[in-house]
Design a protein around this ligand. Sequence first.
Ligand SMILES: C[S@@+](CC[C@H](N)C(=O)[O-])C[C@H]1O[C@@H](n2cnc3c(N)ncnc32)[C@H](O)[C@@H]1O
Length: 217
Amino acid sequence: MHSPHPGVYRVNGRLATCNLAPGHKVYGEDLVKQNGKELRSWDAKRSKLAAALVNGLRLFPFQDGARILYLGAASGTTPSHVSDLVGKKGVVYCVEFSATVARDLIAVCETRENMLPIVDDARFPERYSDVGEVDVIYEDVADREQVLILEENAKRFLKDGGLAFFAVKSRSIDSTRPPKQVYSEVITRLLRSFDVLEKIRIDPFHRDHLFLVLRKR
Ligand SMILES: C[S@@+](CC[C@H](N)C(=O)[O-])C[C@H]1O[C@@H](n2cnc3c(N)ncnc32)[C@H](O)[C@@H]1O
């Protein structure tokens, strides 16, 4: 069954996307054949984007042909579902700075033509400037400077009016203060260059995170 978001399915009550690399699993997810398609279950405990969908995310620009810059790709769990969603005409640039984790990411990218690994530090977007303009930035990096990372990458790559999906991790920014205080400061700062379109708590799947949808002004 389709959910209201294009490309997102529900199988036995769980989210799923249509596998762009049939037969290949990325993180032990279930593969289910349905109406001639192979669907991959999408685990909200493993993916903040799936958790945001379960908790009511409305805007969803991960559509056929979209160009996505994904910061903090890790071993490719969520990026692989984004790759399913944007399809062969789209592209997912996957930035990950840990060489160990990136080994698994590269293996996933080898099975998917639209997923391109960039083993580099998202604090230095000038080092991967050939990415060019993108429709969407997705950021999920556990870094104290996660707001600055978003600002600098958006300035360089995100089209005007483009959307940013941002998993704010309060403990990475300041573990000594209550998450609500950290979120409030983050939002005040982001309002300098973005409109805040959605704010979604992603409990109980991911604690101490706020998921934001932003539009670049
Ligand atoms: C929470 S994990 C990402 C999980 C992934 N988004 C998913 O849902 O499948 C955060 C990742 O960000 C990476 N990271 C942290 N700081 C970074 C930076 N400055 N540049 C690139 N990657 C970074 C970490 O190595 C880690 O793999």
